[in-house]
Design a protein around this ligand. Sequence first.
Ligand code: B1M
Length: 213
Amino acid sequence: MEEKEKIFETLKSAVVSGDHELAIKTAKRAIEIGIDAYVCIMEGLSPGMQVVSDKYEKREVFVPQILRSARAMNMAVDILKPHIPVSSVRTNGKIVLGVVAGDIHDIGKNLVKLLCEAAGFDVIDLGKDVPVEKFVETAKEEATDIVGMSALMTTSMIGMPDIIKSLKEQNVNCKVIIGGGPVSQSYADSIGADGYAADAAKAVKLVGKLLGG
Ligand code: B1M
């Protein structure tokens, strides 16, 4: 196996086993030998988190292991992030991004933020468990182009239409995109969102498309 492939596999297994020391060491090695930091996230860390998600669904791992995996992933991302080439073409596109109220799952949202920033968009990150008013007020104050909402639970995604309704009522002129496990293109259509993306890379493409790029 080529060293590059080995690095991706090691990053993946470091996330799966929640070994942050291995994740950091491997991320540093990747940078040292010139492997693309973005590809390390997409081919190593992200698939690792996917494995953990699947195991959680099957009750093969539990919350403590999940938190260790998330920590390993975040620590490796911190090493890799400064090495992701930020697009030299500033788009002037501004995105207000957050995880909707009642939901604290922010790993996916953080990936969306990372890739959107790398693509040259300005991202205002509202964090997690964000109330409707916070999305709307910030969108207004910042005259944002796009509001991006993430939800990982069926119980929290139902808050998304309230944000869209409130944006419309207050005449905030922006597009709305959504993402996260339980949502879909058909859900986006049904609530009047302007777009849905299944993953962070697709979110970047969608933002570009909606901004006319
Ligand atoms: Co919890 N959790 N969790 N959890 N968790 C899920 C979501 C769940 C599906 C697991 C399950 O039971 N099968 C389930 C929800 C069920 C439902 O729908 N009702 C669940 C539950 C129930 C809970 C708790 C209630 C558990 C409890 O306490 N009993 C609790 C909820 C707390 C709360 O939010 N109020 C809870 C807690 C946690 C942890 C804290 C342990 C941890 C979160 C840590 C953190 O995020 N900081 C956690 C995790 C990690 C998961 C799973 C295992 C993995 C999620 C993840 O990070 N995936 C998850 C199982 C699953 O998803 N299958 C589960 C990796 C990440 C890279 O993918 O987030 O999908 P994802 O993001 C992707 C795309 O979706 C997309 O791009 C991302 C990157 O490619 N995307 C967007 C995301 N947002 C986007 C926005 C966009 C565009 C694309 O545009 C704006």
